[in-house]
Design a protein around this ligand. Structure first.
Ligand code: 5RP
Ligand code: FE2
Length: 224
């Protein structure tokens, strides 16, 4: 059985009660905290930064924190997130002037590094940096907002990314972000994803555990 991970996006959590929300979703079975950083420049929205990541660590969160950077420029914020306790740091290749350098900054700081591909961004650059990547994140919505609808063409792109990752022989997670829910998670896993970001599907539901349990039972039925 594949090692599937469920990563609730705290973008849809109640920010006024963030520590309690993160505790709850982890106690309810989540594996990873997905942390969306938006700068109102690379994307048309503004969210949270390294101080909030650091506050979650001080509050006692020990689970992996998966920092999804939707910021430009990328490099000058990486050090702050390394200090703040990020486990994964991913960024969009369009937002970095030097993709290889940004990946190295993350890895030299002791975090895992990843690249994020928007729905219309080709995977081309991946082959040049495969040896430095620990995570590939495919966006299944245009970045900037939670609660959007999954773009179906992402399934073919997942299959393409899965083939590249398998051919590399490296231990690289394949994460999907945007519009993931109980109804589509199985099909997404069958296309090759192993890490599932879900914001509104979990945090907008009255019972987080019920949603996560249903996601896991869908994943247990994935055809291999
Ligand atoms: O990166 C993101 C948006 O840019 C979010 O992680 C994503 O949209 C999650 O929210 P939802 O599951 O509601 O689509
Ligand atoms: Fe995200």
């Amino acid at each position: 059985m594949q090692d599937y991970a469920i990563a609730p996006s705290i973008l849809s959590a109640d920010f006024a009660r963030l520590g309690a929300e993160v505790d709850k979703v982890l106690a309810d079975g989540a594996d990873i905290v997905h942390f969306d950083v938006m700068d109102n420049h690379y994307v048309p929205n503004l969210t949270i930064g390294p101080m909030v990541c650091s506050a979650l660590r001080k509050y006692g969160v020990t689970a992996p924190i998966d920092v999804h950077l939707m910021v430009s420029p990328v490099d000058r914020i990486i050090g702050d997130f390394l200090e703040a306790g990020a486990s994964y740091i991913t960024f969009h290749p369009e937002a970095s002037q030097h993709i290889d350098r940004s990946l190295q900054l993350i890895k030299q700081g002791g975090a895992k590094a990843g690249l994020v591909f928007n729905p219309a961004t080709p995977l081309d650059v991946l082959k040049y940096v495969m040896d430095k990547v620990d995570m590939v994140l495919l966006m299944s919505v245009n970045p900037g907002f939670g609660g959007q609808k999954f773009i179906p063409g992402t399934l073919d792109k997942l299959r393409e990314a899965r083939a590249l990752i398998d051919a590399s022989g490296r231990d690289i997670r394949l994460e999907i972000d945007g519009g993931v829910n109980v109804e589509n998670i199985r099909e997404i896993a069958e296309a090759g994803a192993d890490t599932f970001v879900a914001g509104s599907a979990i945090f907008n539901a009255p019972d987080y555990k019920a949603v996560i349990d249903r996601m896991r039972s869908e994943l247990a039925q994935v055809a291999r």
